[in-house]
Design a protein around this ligand. Structure first.
Ligand SMILES: Nc1ncnc2c1ncn2[C@@H]1O[C@H](COP(=O)(O)OP(=O)(O)OP(=O)(O)O)[C@@H](O)[C@H]1O
Length: 499
């Protein structure tokens, strides 16, 4: 089998036909390390989804492209409002044997058709959230089909696409992420051979991890520390990161296996380290990121005390920084609109390309169903809430943004409802209205006119939401009035700013 190392001369080519070759991460040093050897077929896991180019059927192509287009159009709405193209997905895994043995209960209830998820913290205390939720019986194939397949063709259009898995250790991040690049590469190769054939597209794969704020190439036998630099064109370069040209899915599988084994047998050993590192697999402009376990972030530094001293604590801080920066990055507008806090962490520095310009992201928040994980599950869902609100609020200058985040914190209405008597349909309607109210508020903050009565609106919204116990209909009417006022105001603001 032939593996081709990247030729570095064409990194910044503007030729559309070569675009897929141009990675968002590039290298300033040529490869000296031989590519990994082909493994014997006995090491291959499962032959079923092995596809060689000659077996690729173009039959599904139009549907894939159509879905991509629909997906993109549905995000046009966000784009119009200056929002990033970001999709959030929650995935619940089933209870495992250990949890069964410990007689832990499944505390997550999902209403499949309403995007409502309830965490039963105790019999009386429950928390409701509203997301696209995948139940425990949803297969990896469905995850790919629903969430990733539509974004794959976008990379042929110079759009950068990123797929993240977020959640505590053991919640299913790796289980969710591992099959995705394989399937994606199958589709990419299929597209290069059919719709985009003879256009010179080539697929390259690279795989690295970020651990303790440092980068390591996972496709090198000796996991080597890499440096990151910015070149004259302010492109992020990872010096020494190897990229390998791949021409069939089997090659991609081998690289992924190789990278995973390097990841889990790293310098400080196995699982501990792997749950504390972010793993980034890149197929040209499409990145798959298995994030560090979310329980390693800030508030939980206590749990490090008994492990291995300062480095671990520092690492926790770095992981926390990367989650914070990631949230910020998700809301980051185009690079020419003021300060973007990429330098907040290695993760966002490395991913800078994915946050600016034409880009889209899918974030899969993985949650464990067990009662023992309740606190971490709530943390994960709240993080998703923040990302959801931030992803709707991009386009602000920093100070404006912070006033908006205070705004959200200062309202009595989070995205969850604790009442037991609200019907699902009502909750959905209510959530929908609140989402619209938020979007309008975002627009107002964005307009940033002197004398913008944002504080008045916050008070008013708080007053309305604090009465939500008095009945859903009343709440809806009041929200509708509120929205009507906001609309009126936005129109005034936008017409005065265009004068
Ligand atoms: N949706 C699912 N269906 C069936 N089993 C699952 C599912 N999600 C996860 N699992 C199983 O749960 C266990 C933990 O999952 P996984 O290793 O993916 O967690 P993780 O979040 O990546 O953890 P870490 O951060 O430690 O790497 C694995 O044994 C995996 O096979």
């Amino acid at each position: 089998m032939h593996h081709h190392h990247r030729q570095y001369s064409d990194h910044f080519t503007d030729s559309p036909s070569k675009w897929l070759q141009s990675p968002c991460l590039s290298h300033s040093q040529s490869s000296t390390v031989p590519p990994i050897a082909s493994r014997s077929s006995s090491m291959r896991r499962n032959g079923d989804d092995r596809v060689s180019p000659s077996e690729l059927s173009p039959g599904l192509l139009p549907e894939v492209l159509l879905r991509a287009k629909l997906w993109y159009v549905s995000f046009g709405r966000f784009k119009k409002l200056g929002f990033r193209k970001m999709i959030l997905q929650v995935r619940k895994r089933p209870l495992n044997k250990k949890e069964f043995a410990k007689k832990e209960e499944d505390i997550i209830a999902i209403e499949p058709h309403s995007n409502a998820l309830t965490v039963h913290e105790t019999k009386l205390q429950r928390h409701n959230f509203f997301y696209a939720v995948l139940n425990e019986d949803v297969s990896n194939d469905e995850v790919y089909f629903e969430k990733v397949e539509p974004i794959v063709p976008l990379i042929f259009n110079r759009t950068k696409a990123t797929c993240f898995a977020y959640g505590q250790t053991g919640s299913g991040k790796t289980y969710t992420m591992q099959p995705l690049p394989l399937k994606a590469s199958q589709d990419i190769l299929r597209l290069t051979l059919d719709t985009y054939r003879n256009q010179g597209f080539q697929l390259f794969v690279s795989f690295f991890k970020i651990y303790g704020g440092k980068l390591f190439d996972l496709l090198m036998t000796e996991s080597k520390k890499l440096c990151m630099r910015e070149d004259g064109k302010q492109q992020v370069c990872i010096v020494g990161l190897q990229e390998y040209r791949v021409s069939n899915v089997e090659m991609v599988r081998e690289f992924i296996e190789k990278g995973n084994s390097t990841r889990s047998t790293g310098t400080t050993g196995a699982d501990e380290e792997s749950s504390r590192s972010h793993a980034v697999l890149q197929l040209c402009k499409l990145s798959f990121i298995d994030l560090a376990g979310s329980e390693h972030s800030a508030d939980t530094t206590d749990s490090y005390k008994h492990t291995s001293g300062d480095f671990v604590v520092m690492e926790g801080a770095e992981i926390n920084k990367s989650f914070l920066a990631l949230k910020e990055g998700i809301r980051a507008p185009d690079s020419n609109q003021g300060h973007i806090p990429f330098r907040g962490s290695k993760l966002t520095e490395v991913l800078r390309d994915s946050f600016v310009g034409d880009s889209c992201a899918v974030m899969i928040s993985c949650i464990s169903p067990s009662s023992g994980s309740c606190e971490q599950t709530l943390n994960t869902l709240r993080y998703a809430d923040r990302v959801k609100s931030l992803s709707k609020g991009s386009g602000f200058k920093r100070y404006q943004f912070s006033s908006l985040s205070n705004l959200r914190d200062s309202t009595t209405m989070p995205l969850s409802f604790e009442e037991e008597d609200l019907g699902t349909a009502h909750r959905r309607q209510e959530q929908h209205m609140i989402d619209i109210v938020w979007e309008e508020m975002n627009l107002l903050v964005q307009a940033d006119q002197p004398g913008n009565p944002i504080d008045d609106y916050i008070c008013k919204l708080n007053a309305i939401l604090s009465q939500k116990a008095s009945g859903i209909l009343q709440l809806q009417t009041q929200l509708a009035h509120f929205l009507w006022h906001l609309n009126d105001h936005s129109v005034l603001v936008s017409s005065s700013s265009s004068n």
